[in-house]
Ligand binder design. Structure first.
Ligand SMILES: [Zn+2]
Length: 411
């Protein structure tokens, strides 16, 4: 891979304005973007407008993609793909709930800067990553360095929900032309080449209603539910055998997160209900395909039915299969980023893994492109109270993105 000249890298890095980066991050945190279903004013729209206005001011070409009412993706780009490559810097504009503001040491949407840390909901996940990728692209633009391909910025909606933003983006022309993506999620600037996958299995159990004093007259779905719960350790073991071991990720886990019976209607002490339900949170590492995972869940359901004659135990994935992703170290994007971390921070790249799924999961599954997850913010602080980002990590991220883009797109 031809490397861009030292002069080009130096020129682009010198165009990063750290004060501007900090203030942009704080501005984005101050615009709450918790999505509250049923409240049309609580969406990503205001943050998307801010992102759009900032990028327009920098002179970027962009398009706003209305994914759902009041839920726009903002997609900007620099350079033309031509015979070169197209690289995406990806971030999401939604944040999770702040919970009880009284539990925070600093107000969740005040973006207070204290001792080198910016506090607030989204400080790590991921207004900081979003700001870092915007400032990185602006620095390249301001430096006048000509890219040998196209750099795309995607500020997408609904990552914390059903990932509608990235699913839509994958169907657009600019999305389909991508060759690789950097997911700017909080991974303490480690290079994460693997992400765990997830399947949420919605279990529906049917029995037959009867009097509690005459259980022999009915089929108790709670018995089948109990049998299913007993099958879960075996299911977990089978999935662990199917999935690849990883140095950076915990092995597969099967965790029941909801159980309910009766599944609907009135609770009564002397009535065996006709239905029960459960949700399983199943995390995976790479290896098996969707049908192999589905076969194992099917088997657990069959075992539960066998132990409760007359019942039916069925399942469906809640929002499809989000399979684990993995890219190899010899991918051009990985090589570009390893060199970039050293150049931008003076340190060797640290490899890591993403414990959950991200928009990158969808990009990898739908477009088949290599993705690397790397962004500012401590991995564990996401979704917690007193969420923060270290300003030094934020600045490092912007530098890593600049050099990665120049390396990958070959000036
Ligand atoms: Zn996130």
């Amino acid at each position: 891979m031809a490397r861009p000249g030292v002069a080009a890298i130096r020129a682009a890095l010198s165009c990063i304005d750290e004060t501007e980066l900090i203030e942009l991050t704080r501005d984005l945190i101050r615009i709450p973007s918790v999505v509250r279903p049923g409240d049309p004013t609580s969406t990503e729209a205001a943050v998307a407008r801010q992102v759009e206005a900032w990028l327009v001011k920098q002179g970027f070409d962009l398009e706003v993609q209305e994914v759902a009412p009041g839920r726009p993706n903002v997609v900007a780009w620099l350079g033309a793909r031509g015979d070169g490559r197209s690289l995406l810097l990806e971030g999401h504009t939604d944040v999770v709930t702040e919970g009880d503001p009284a539990e925070w040491s600093y107000p969740p949407f005040a973006a207070e800067l204290v001792d080198g840390r910016i506090y607030g909901r989204g400080a790590a996940d991921m207004k900081s990553g979003l700001a870092a990728m915007m400032v990185a692209a602006a620095a390249i633009k301001r430096s006048g360095v000509a890219l040998g391909g196209r750099l795309v910025l995607g500020a997408l909606v609904d990552e914390e929900g059903d990932m509608l933003g990235v699913k839509h983006f994958c169907t657009t022309a600019i999305g389909r032309e991508l060759d690789a993506a950097i997911i700017c999620e909080p991974e303490q600037n480690e290079l994460c080449l693997e992400q765990r996958g997830v399947v949420w299995a919605r279990i529906a159990i049917r029995g037959r209603m009867a009097h509690g004093a005459m259980p022999e007259a009915g089929v108790n779905p709670i018995t089948a539910l109990g049998a299913l719960l007993q099958e879960l350790p075996a299911l977990e073991r089978r999935l662990r055998r199917l999935c690849r071991r990883s140095r950076h990720l915990r092995p597969p886990t099967v965790t029941p997160t909801v159980v309910a019976a009766p599944a609907q209607g009135v609770e009564q002490s002397n009535v065996i209900p006709s239905r029960a339900r459960a949700l399983l949170d199943i995390r995976l590492t790479s290896g098996p395909d969707e049908s192999a995972v589905a076969r194992e869940i099917d088997a657990a359901c069959r075992q539960a039915m066998a132990r409760c004659p007359g019942s039916t135990v069925e399942w469906k994935p809640v929002s499809g299969f989000r399979m684990a992703t993995r890219v190899e170290r010899n991918e051009p994007l990985v090589r570009a980023m390893v060199a970039a971390v050293r150049r931008a921070t003076g340190r060797r790249a640290i490899f890591g893994g993403v414990p959950g799924s991200t928009d990158g999961t969808i990009l990898r599954m739908q477009l088949g492109i290599p993705i690397v997850t790397c962004g500012p913010g401590t991995r564990r602080i996401a979704h917690q109270r007193d969420e923060y980002v270290e300003v030094t990590e934020l600045a490092d991220a912007a530098k890593i993105y600049v050099v990665s883009a120049l390396n990958f797109l070959q000036v």
